[in-house]
Write a protein that binds this ligand. Structure first.
Ligand SMILES: Nc1ncnc2c1ncn2[C@@H]1O[C@H](COP(=O)(O)OP(=O)(O)OP(=O)(O)O)[C@@H](O)[C@H]1O
Length: 249
């Protein structure tokens, strides 16, 4: 049985047809990326999967049940939505607090992941005093600590500098390869999409549909030095040729 089914999802905003019959079957434990031209509807698709927006037609099912999706997901939207009155640490432990984890345990877990991300010195900073890249990592950690089987990430690392991004990629590959979480990620970074994913879906301009599916050739476990590999270059050429008609617009 397919784990997550995106079955014929269409969406129109005020006469503007954004998504047209989007279909994808995702296996449990898969890492999939969605790429496409700016404004084609990638965030709209994630919002529909997350239940924030409603599809005009079609539906999203988890293990055949539409109602099961919302309980299974954690979602990192493009805007970080950090709570300004909470410190970085208090923001990331929010899901643990909501689960009822005792304070000492959640603080210890929160500090531990902050340390893994090199952010331990910023634990007591409020979001307003953090850089965009720091806020993005805090937002990612908060989503990660929800510990849900399905994680939706909307351009999660777009504000990170190249070195920090590599660290985060290494961490995410390690953490994901140890578990069985299903991840759907929207990104503009083709190297990132290929390095992390099992499959990359290419979306067209509006009205957007999935025009191509790349099955990534890189073996697992993945390592950062694969960024320079011939296999990655071949996959990237394939994506670029699919995206070529949208470039320069
Ligand atoms: N709530 C809304 N009301 C009206 N129009 C909307 C709404 N949400 C999205 N849109 C429109 O839908 C289209 C797709 O937007 P969306 O943010 O999903 O694209 P995207 O592919 O994620 O873009 P980007 O890559 O630039 O982040 C845009 O034309 C946008 O203006």
């Amino acid at each position: 049985m397919m784990y997550l089914q995106i079955d014929g999802v269409s969406k129109t905003f005020g006469g503007n047809k954004v998504l047209s019959d989007i279909r994808a079957d995702i296996r449990e434990g898969e890492f999939c990326a969605f790429v496409g031209p700016s404004g084609c509807g990638k965030s709209t698709l994630l919002n529909i999967i997350a239940g924030i927006e409603k599809a005009d037609s079609g539906e999203v099912r988890l293990c055949s049940r539409p109602s099961a999706v919302q309980d299974a997901i954690s979602f990192m939207p493009q805007q970080d939505l950090l709570l300004p009155w909470r410190t970085a640490l208090q923001n990331i432990v929010l899901p643990l607090e909501m689960k009822g984890m005792p304070k000492r345990d959640r603080i210890s877990r929160g500090r531990d992941v902050l340390r893994q991300f090199g952010l331990e010195d910023y634990a007591d900073h409020y979001p307003s005093s953090l850089s965009g890249g720091m806020r993005q990592r805090i937002s990612f950690l908060r989503t990660y600590l929800c510990e849900k089987p399905l994680m939706l990430l909307d351009e999660p690392f777009g504000k990170l500098d190249a070195f920090t991004k590599m660290d985060v990629h290494r961490w995410l590959l390690d953490s994901w390869e140890k578990g069985n979480q299903t991840i759907l990620m929207v990104t503009h970074d083709l190297d990132e999409a290929i390095l992390l994913s099992d499959r990359v879906f290419v979306m067209s301009q509006q009205p957007s549909s999935i025009i191509h599916e790349l099955k990534v050739n890189l073996p697992r476990p993945r390592k950062l030095d694969m960024l320079a590999s011939e296999e990655l270059k071949k996959d990237k050429d394939e994506l670029l040729s699919e995206l070529a008609s949208f470039l320069g617009r």
